[in-house]
Design a protein around this ligand. Structure first.
Ligand SMILES: C[S@@+](CC[C@H](N)C(=O)[O-])C[C@H]1O[C@@H](n2cnc3c(N)ncnc32)[C@H](O)[C@@H]1O
Ligand SMILES: [Zn+2]
Length: 343
């Protein structure tokens, strides 16, 4: 148990970046004297967010395919093959695989921040010491099971000192950040990264298909594309890239992902509703997706075929094509600083 006035080295005050001291129940800033609650041993730097609280609590599983136990019989061989196919060749694990490759050159000493971590991702815990921040306490309680430290904090006001992380990652987060807050989030990433540190993101994007629906059925678009998940910050790929450039990050990798094709679940989530009732094309699409979803084997086979098409499409299309649902990017903080000060 922590004694009174113990210095907590990992987190700092998100307002003035001074160190925090703990009295057991609170974190107290040694600079501006702000007090922050600790709930279930999780420091809380923001007030409760009624939209996100409890919304994305699940921990993303990850199986390191290179470290599967040696199979002892035919059944185990088949099981291992199934897992390898799932991880490498299905749409569901496309993001995980990209993130795994992006993490692969990290040493065991690496310090990683999972920004807007939800319930966390097992992949990162295999690659270093992981910190997670999110707005939902329920999600953080799950992330805490696999991460070194978690905190309830806003990505635009991070409770970490400068030059702290080797890697800052996010998946399915930037599309949730309203346009007016995005630059502040990127400046914070730049501040907490060590010079030369990398930042890796799977960013949901706006596209012409969505724009079409937005124009034709503004209320349905709002209901099924924005409200459902909180996607109030979708931008076209080009706009996302320009933001990183403005901060001064060095681009290392930028590719479209999920162009036209996405997972069966995602199709059904977006279109198996009033949109399918209104538009013939989507009605047919939903019918096909429901059929493909009805049997496990067909579902997995479909996922593999989708992944192949997705791979081919994304290999030939430029990053700023207009029908991309997500982009994968890796940027690096400049060695000589490249910091932008918040006005
Ligand atoms: C779709 S979930 C993604 C969770 C996780 N990264 C994953 O891949 O499953 C989006 C997450 O962003 C978090 N979030 C949204 N705005 C945030 C902000 N300003 N600061 C921190 N977290 C935020 C939400 O609480 C939610 O857990
Ligand atoms: Zn302070």
């Amino acid at each position: 148990m922590e004694s009174e006035n113990t210095k907590t080295a990992e987190f700092c005050c998100p307002h003035c970046y001074e160190t925090l001291r703990s009295d057991g129940n609170h974190e107290i800033c040694s600079g501006c004297a702000s007090q922050f609650e600790r709930i279930d041993d999780i420091p809380v730097f923001v007030s409760k967010d009624s939209f996100y609280e409890g919304k994305f609590p699940h921990t993303i599983p990850f199986i390191p395919v290179g470290r599967l136990p040696h199979p002892k019989n035919i059944a185990e061989i088949l099981h291992n093959i199934k897992i390898k196919v799932k991880m490498h060749f299905t749409m569901e694990y496309k993001n995980s695989l990209f993130l795994q490759r992006a993490c692969s050159r990290l040493g065991p000493e690496s310090v990683i921040l999972d920004l807007a971590c939800g319930g966390g991702n097992e992949l990162y815990s295999l690659n270093g010491t992981v910190y997670g921040i999110d707005l939902s306490l329920r999600s953080l309680k799950n992330a805490k099971q696999i991460y070194f430290r978690v905190a309830c904090a806003d990505a635009a006001k991070l409770p970490f000192p400068k030059d702290f992380f080797d890697l800052v990652v996010s998946s399915d987060f930037f599309g949730h950040v309203p346009a007016e807050n995005k630059d502040a989030v990127l400046e914070e990433i730049n501040r907490v990264l060590k010079p030369g540190g990398k930042t890796v993101h799977c960013i949901e994007t706006d596209n012409n298909n969505q724009r079409y629906l937005k124009k034709k059925f503004p209320e349905l678009y709002e209901k099924h594309f924005l409200e459902k998940d909180g996607h109030y910050g979708l931008e076209f790929p080009r706009q996302c890239i320009e933001r990183f450039q403005k901060i001064g990050f060095r681009p290392l990798y930028r590719k479209p992902a999920f162009t036209f094709i996405t997972t069966i679940d995602e199709y059904l989530k977006r279109f198996d509703n009033e949109i399918a009732e209104e538009l013939f094309l989507y009605r047919v699409l939903v019918k096909i997706m429901r059929k493909l979803n009805s049997r496990g084997k067909v579902r997995w086979a479909t996922s593999v075929i989708f992944r192949l098409f997705d791979y081919l499409l994304n290999a030939v299309l430029p990053i700023d094509n207009t029908v991309t649902g997500m982009i994968h990017v890796i940027y690096q903080k400049q060695l000589g600083g490249g910091e932008v000060t918040r006005s």
